[in-house]
Design a protein around this ligand. Structure first.
Ligand code: NAP
Length: 305
């Protein structure tokens, strides 16, 4: 079987993974959005990753989804709302038993992808690494972190997992990936939308702790009901710990809104509200928060789902 890492999306995380795998001597191929992006990439001559103020250039081969050749393993590094349509385009090239590694934040996009390709193995990831785009095909590695990977349908560690250690990607295989994704989703729901609505850094929420606490209580109840009791343990305390530890930061949702970019709300707060409705749970604080956020995004001309 081919050991090539196909990486779909040469944005922040896609570049971070592609460059580390390539410099460890792994075979890497980028899959870019379309012919125009491929041409722009070829003009740039590769990816640039800036680490500790040191830019390094990586001339990694790239193609579009329509190029020929089977794909055995693909890391999906686009936003949650782009994942399923991107995989639908790639599906004709997926080999039998192909593996799809999904880096998307939140929940819901993983199942959308799995529905497109029922024969592929879908591995979910949850990452605390931080990177952002400084320019086209140039990414800054902004925050050390860790990535957990797991397959809710199959606890076996994939045979390529050692590639991540070889490439210096801090990571671990876990059988509890859904617990991690739910916990991260709940933290996101309790913090990020409020930073948009109150127009503040995470630390600004210290002035709205009553609202934060009420949301945390509802979210903990939702996690319990969704079969994720471990993700609910000490959630309210953890939310406050994160607010304090990241007081000077602007949340990812805040940054997206400020830059006029589409948010991943559908896979974060939207997913939580849909899960509550499915279980017949009334969560008034969470629903009110969702409605206020939707109104806020619409007023700015941004997609609300
Ligand atoms: P990003 O910088 O916006 O990069 C996304 C990339 O996907 C873009 O380069 C985009 O192409 C590409 N793309 C979209 N549709 C595509 C398609 N059909 N075919 C090929 N490429 C396609 O996003 P990101 O920050 O890396 O985030 C990716 C995911 O990781 C998100 O769910 C995010 O929440 C999560 N995450 C990010 C970080 C972080 O620090 N950045 C940390 C943890 C989790 P164009 O360049 O053509 O627009």
């Amino acid at each position: 079987m081919s050991s090539t890492w196909h990486i779909l999306g040469a944005g922040s995380l896609g570049t971070l993974w592609a460059c580390r795998l390539a410099r460890a001597g792994k075979a890497v191929r980028l899959i870019l959005r379309d012919a125009a992006r491929l041409q722009a990439y070829q003009q740039a001559g590769g990816l640039t990753l800036v680490e500790q103020e040191q830019p390094r250039h990586y001339a990694i081969p790239a193609e579009t989804a329509e190029a020929g050749g089977p794909i055995h393993r693909v890391l999906v590094a686009c936003k949650a709302y782009d994942a399923a349509p991107a995989i639908a385009r790639l599906a004709p090239r997926l080999a039998d038993g192909a593996t799809i590694v999904l880096l998307q934040n939140g929940l819901g996009s993983q199942d959308e992808v799995a529905e497109q390709v029922p024969l592929a193995r879908c591995i979910f990831a949850s990452s605390t690494e931080g990177a952002f785009r400084e320019g086209d095909f140039q990414v800054r590695f902004a925050g050390q972190g860790f990535t957990w990977l797991g397959d809710p349908a199959n606890p076996a560690v994939p045979d390529w997992f050692g590639d991540l250690q070889d490439a210096g990607i801090p990571s671990e295989w876990t059988v509890d990936i859904l617990t991690r994704l739910w916990r991260k989703l709940a933290l996101n729901c309790a913090i990020n939308p409020l930073t948009v609505l109150h127009d503040c850094q995470n630390g600004g929420l210290l002035g709205h702790l009553g609202e934060v606490e009420a949301l945390s209580v509802e979210l903990a109840g939702l996690l319990q009901r969704c079969g994720q009791p471990e993700a609910a343990i000490d959630l309210a305390e953890d939310v406050q710990r994160v607010i304090l530890a990241t007081a000077a930061n602007y949340s990812s949702m805040y940054q997206d809104v400020r830059a006029g970019r589409r948010t991943e709300v559908h896979y974060l707060l939207g997913h939580a509200c849909r899960a509550a409705a499915r279980h017949g749970m009334a969560l008034p604080q969470l629903e009110h928060l969702h409605q206020r956020l939707v109104d806020n995004l619409r007023a700015r001309g941004l997609p609300s789902a």
